[in-house]
Design a protein around this ligand. Structure first.
Ligand SMILES: Cc1ncc(COP(=O)(O)O)c(C=O)c1O
Length: 373
């Protein structure tokens, strides 16, 4: 059965950028230049200006963007094998994988039960003489408590690397990507700013770091035939950069639309303390609602009800990283009660910027018919 409201219809989203999207892509195809050309340079300049940073370096995806930042700090002698990175327990597995790929140890921090983001009060007991970096994630488009995280990090001399994969445009005083020493973005197609395939970027104000990240993502080379580092191949390509440049000018309007939909959900859904909650988001930090999460102890029943109604849903994420088979050996015996509760109760409802008022009303009516039953 076709959904009445899809969770996210990427075909519809990308069609809404036509004819510009296909025209720009066709020019790129005709140009004969597919890597390391003007389209990437242009997008990097545009995205750095959008985030408010001096530098942006395109990468192959968000996981590589995070990994390249950490590997670059290793090349610069600011991190070494075995150092500890504090990361949220409540995140997508990519945050942890980047740390492991860079030869560091991810130490998990519980989320605040209210916001779902890193609980700053849990940080100090996790800091050891091996801790070198904190990696907050702006989960679901909500800026992590960056002022408090920086206030904990700086006296210890810790680096702060933002995982901004879900938060393009979030933040009021400063945007996501401009708070830490460096930040990683993903342009996975479903993100608020999504490519037509994989893509990612690093933002930073640190010139030296930006040069090493760029070289490391290009086989360790910043000069043809000359390889200073044992790098990898992870570059944003010309076609993806072209698509992103077409889409970036509408990001703020799309985020505003997501926010308006979220306000309808917040005011019209029949919230119920023991059956249905959501996160408390501080509107003054300008959340961008990459995901609108519901939490219920009866999550599976709620999902089944919404499926019967023809409303698409997803879970972000049903199994937390420390419970994944891939990482089980590393976290044997570790329990993270808040993270695990989130994982068992989360259900995301549609929040595409292209939802109509009727579709939003339908989603609300379906959720309420379950709460009130
Ligand atoms: C929080 C977070 N970090 C990192 C990533 C990795 O991004 P990518 O899928 O582009 O590698 C994602 C992606 O999907 C994510 O949600």
């Amino acid at each position: 059965m076709k959904n009445v409201v899809d969770y996210l219809n990427l075909q519809q989203i990308n069609a809404s950028f036509e004819p510009q999207l296909t025209q720009a892509m066709a020019c790129c195809v005709a140009s004969g230049r597919y890597l390391q050309g003007e389209a990437v340079t242009r997008f990097e300049r545009q995205f750095a200006a959008y985030c408010g940073t001096d530098y942006c370096i395109g990468t192959g995806n968000g996981l590589d963007a995070l990994t390249l930042i950490l590997l670059s700090y290793r090349e610069l002698g600011m991190l070494k094998e075995g150092d500890e990175a504090i990361v949220p327990g409540n995140t997508y597995i990519a945050t942890l994988l980047s740390v492991i790929r860079a030869g560091l140890k991810p130490v998990l921090c519980e989320p605040s039960p209210l916001t779902g983001n890193m609980d700053v009060d849990c940080l100090p007991p996790l800091i050891t003489d091996k801790t070198r970096v904190i990696i907050p994630v702006h989960l679901y488009g909500n800026l992590a408590d960056m002022e408090s995280i920086l206030a904990v990090a700086r006296p210890h001399g810790l680096l702060v690397v933002e995982d901004a994969a879900q938060a393009h445009g979030a933040g009021a005083l400063k945007r996501a990507g401009a708070w830490g020493d460096a930040a990683a973005f993903s342009f996975y197609p479903a993100k608020n700013l999504g490519a037509l395939g994989d893509g990612g970027a690093v933002t930073t104000n640190d010139l030296q770091l930006s040069k090493v990240v760029r070289a490391l993502g290009n086989y360790g080379s910043s000069q043809k035939y000359h390889h200073r580092f044992q790098g990898i191949n992870s570059r944003l390509d010309e076609l993806q950069a072209t698509a992103l440049s077409v889409k970036l000018p509408r990001l703020d309007a799309d985020n505003a639309r997501r926010s308006a939909i979220a306000q309808r959900y917040l005011s019209e859904i029949h919230w119920h303390p023991s059956r249905l909650r959501t996160l408390s988001t501080d509107l003054s930090t300008h959340p961008v609602y990459h995901v609108f999460p519901l939490f219920s102890p009866y999550r599976d029943a709620l999902q089944a009800h919404l499926t019967r109604c023809g409303v698409g849903t997803l879970m972000h994420y049903p199994v937390p990283p420390h419970r994944q088979p891939a990482l089980q050996a590393m976290y044997e015996g570790l329990t993270l009660p808040v993270t695990e509760l989130f994982a068992s109760e989360e259900l995301s409802i549609p929040i595409s910027p292209l939802l109509t008022e009727e579709e939003i009303s339908y989603v609300i009516a379906c959720v309420n018919s379950w709460v009130d039953a």
